[in-house]
Design a protein around this ligand. Structure first.
Ligand SMILES: *Cc1c(COP(=O)(O)O)cnc(C)c1O
Length: 378
């Protein structure tokens, strides 16, 4: 089975080999070294400078989101959420549970809120923190983080991006753009199994944590984790909560693969392969859920054609490829999602098999477009 959902994704053989081992102690020299190198390499992948702080903690993308929210918002604060779908709803709810007042700027499913709409909400509400989802995995839309960073800075707010379906695949320049938090999880474009929450945090965001009055849950607290990250980066053993030691052994391997030709080249590769996959959907007579002008490069959210429904996902699986159903509340039954990120964009055979399985599955369901892909550079 070929796993082509928007996370977890297929991982490279070198990554697989490095975590498939008996559990090492979190205090062993190789885990300490792998952790230290991972923090250094994260700054390179995130395009973050030395004043910023990377964190790697055991957990999922949702834990990383919760960590950002818990360390930045007091109950008296205002959060502005640029809402592009399912995961933006989630971070808005986290901010509400923290007691903050939450203003959301929304758009139709598959659209992104305009900068004017975000700007006027910021003028009205004077937010302390602006949250956005870089790529919303429910609709396949991508926001423009740079403009949102600039807007947040103009209003004296911090900017936080959920990059769970984007980091290491979509263009993001933390230092140049002035973003304050960019978070992800190991099982998306980073190319590891599920199990690590990851983020890089600016100096300004760390300072804001120090000024919080509302206590931060201990397991999520940057102040707890900061000395641990600093110790690892200095290659000293340290303990607060047991890190995922197998995954840490694989993390520098995955980050080095991302940086092999430079992170710019990695973004460009995702862009090229996403364009090829969009051409596949076009030849199959299928449409994206979102406007192509802000379609993500990491996945495609594709509408079912007339007369075909969620049985397509099963028919594609019968042909050896696992894709995902819809996720956007209310629209789940009208589209499917295909991940094209990380290791699989370096594997033309993965992309071709996915295209052919989708075509053959559509034919089996009576939607016969007789498309060929021989001329495409997967
Ligand atoms: C997958 C995803 C998450 C959630 O990550 P989990 O590891 O499932 O908790 C959050 N945000 C985005 C954009 C995602 O794609």
């Amino acid at each position: 089975m070929l796993l082509m959902i928007p996370g977890p994704i297929e991982v490279s053989p070198a990554v697989c080999e490095s975590f498939c081992r008996p559990p090492p102690s979190h205090l062993s020299v190789d885990v300490i070294d792998a952790h230290a190198r991972s923090l250094e390499l994260m700054r390179a992948v995130w395009r973050a400078d030395d004043s910023s702080q990377p964190f790697v903690v055991p957990g999922s993308g949702t834990i990383a989101m919760e960590m950002a929210v818990a360390n930045l918002l007091d109950a008296t604060d205002v959060a502005l959420v640029v809402n592009t779908g399912y995961f933006s709803d989630r971070i808005a709810e986290m901010a509400r549970r923290r007691g903050a007042s939450v203003e959301e700027v929304t758009a139709e499913p598959g659209e992104v809120p305009t900068l004017d709409a975000i700007e006027s909400a910021a003028k009205r509400q004077s937010p302390d923190v602006v949250f956005a989802t870089h790529v919303d995995t429910s609709t396949g839309v991508k926001v423009e983080p740079r403009a949102i960073c600039e807007l947040a800075a103009r209003h004296g707010a911090l900017s936080v991006f959920d990059g769970v379906c984007a980091t290491a695949a979509e263009r993001f320049d933390m230092d140049d753009w002035g973003a304050d938090v960019y978070l992800t999880a190991s099982q998306k474009a980073i190319g590891l199994p599920v199990g690590l929450g990851m983020m890089v945090v600016s100096e300004a965001a760390l300072l804001r944590r120090k000024d919080l009055r509302t206590p931060v849950p201990m397991a999520l607290d940057w102040e707890q984790w900061l000395p641990i990250m600093q110790a690892y980066e200095d290659r000293r053993p340290s303990y607060f909560s047991t890190p995922a030691s197998n995954l840490l052994c694989a993390l520098p391997i995955a980050l080095q693969e991302i940086l092999a030709d430079g992170v710019e080249a990695r973004w460009a590769l995702h862009e090229r392969k996403a364009a090829v996959m969009r051409e596949v959907w076009r030849r199959l007579g299928l449409e994206l859920l979102c406007d192509p002008s802000h379609a993500a490069n990491t996945l495609s959210a594709v509408r079912y054609p007339d007369g075909v429904g969620p049985e397509l996902v099963a028919a594609i699986r019968d042909r050896g490829v696992v894709v995902a159903g819809g996720l956007y509340p209310g629209l789940q039954g009208s589209y499917f999602r295909v991940g094209h990120m990380g290791y699989s964009v370096t594997r033309p055979d993965h992309l071709r098999r996915t295209a052919e399985a989708a075509r053959d599955a559509l034919v089996s369901l009576g939607h016969d477009r007789d498309a060929t892909f021989d001329d495409l550079e997967f």
